[in-house]
Design a protein around this ligand. Structure first.
Ligand code: AMP
Ligand code: MN
Ligand code: MN
Ligand code: MN
Length: 278
């Protein structure tokens, strides 16, 4: 295992634990280099950095930006940037600003199948009121027995073609990459294995991502199986992208991986984190 985790969530977005507790959990599992990467928000970073320092664990600033690319929603992880950079801050605030109206539209869509006022229930789970997400809806739908767990919620609701899904315009790919780079960070394509995209489309994406200044790709991710790791390792090398690793931890019990440790990168990958170890 590699004691590096460059993709984790706190309750500053849709994770369950406060930044300090996620960070402590990673440190206690033996993590040596850690990034908190909340969706569209950096407000948890100062607390996480403080906790990391208490454990002598290296900390890298992080964020996971929601992007619309054609009909696809992509997630772009930014690492090692200055969270106070004005363009990044304004960009992220703009992405968050769209979430309330989207949540209302999701709630209206669920009301049409008899699930009333789900937005009020979901809000109880959104500790950061600017960051209401599908995960908060999912937790509330489990609470009221609409499905047995969050995974089942996403099968029946909240995904394209199902009640509770609404199309949304997130940031453009070039914007997200520019915000991260202008703030001095590295842009990494998150969990490529999650995108419902054929090989051709993925290659178009990687070509455009590189051209726009993207530098890394998650090869090892909590949601990648062994075949994904092999495939994205080969693509990382072909496209000369740096390789990243991240559990994508949100909450214990909601996914397989705990934060802090990841499977090893295949030989031949260039780790994105080399610059933060020297
Ligand atoms: P949003 O940014 O509001 O669209 O919410 C996206 C989040 O929903 C992701 O970051 C995941 O945490 C969660 N999510 C999306 N799809 C699934 C799924 N199939 N199962 C569990 N969680 C999911
Ligand atoms: Mn999430
Ligand atoms: Mn993601
Ligand atoms: Mn994530």
């Amino acid at each position: 295992m590699t004691p590096v985790d460059l993709h984790c969530h706190s309750n500053a977005s849709d994770g369950l634990l406060p930044p300090r507790e996620v960070t402590r959990k990673a440190a206690e599992r033996g993590c040596q280099l850690f990034a908190l990467t909340d969706h569209d928000d950096t407000r948890g970073l100062a607390e996480a950095a403080d906790e990391a320092a208490l454990h002598g664990m290296r900390f890298v600033s992080g964020v996971e930006i929601s992007v619309s690319w054609g009909k696809h929603t992509l997630h772009i992880v930014g690492l090692g940037f200055d969270p106070a950079h004005p363009a990044l801050k304004a960009g992220l605030a703009g992405v968050r600003a769209g979430r309330d109206a989207r949540a209302q539209a999701m709630s209206d869509s669920l009301a049409r199948v008899g699930l009333e006022n789900v937005i009020a229930g979901a809000r109880k789970y959104a500790d950061n009121p600017e960051m209401i997400s599908r995960t908060h809806f999912a937790r509330y739908l489990v609470e009221i027995g609409a499905a047995k767990d969050t995974k089942s919620v996403f099968k029946r609701f909240l995904v394209r073609g199902k009640p509770g899904f609404v199309d949304h315009e997130w940031a453009r790919l070039h914007e997200a990459i520019d915000w991260i780079r202008d703030a001095g960070g590295v842009a990494v394509l998150a969990h490529p294995g999650r995108y419902e995209m054929g090989n051709e489309t993925l290659r178009v994406l990687l070509t455009e991502f590189k051209r726009l200044g993207g530098e890394g790709i998650e090869v090892v991710s909590g949601c990648h199986g062994a075949a994904d790791v092999g495939r994205f390792s080969r693509l990382a090398q072909e496209f000369e992208l740096l390789a990243s690793v991240g559990t994508d931890y949100h909450a214990t019990g909601e996914g397989a991986r705990e934060p802090g440790l990841n499977g090893d990168l295949p030989i031949g990958c260039q780790p994105v984190w080399a610059r933060w170890l020297s």
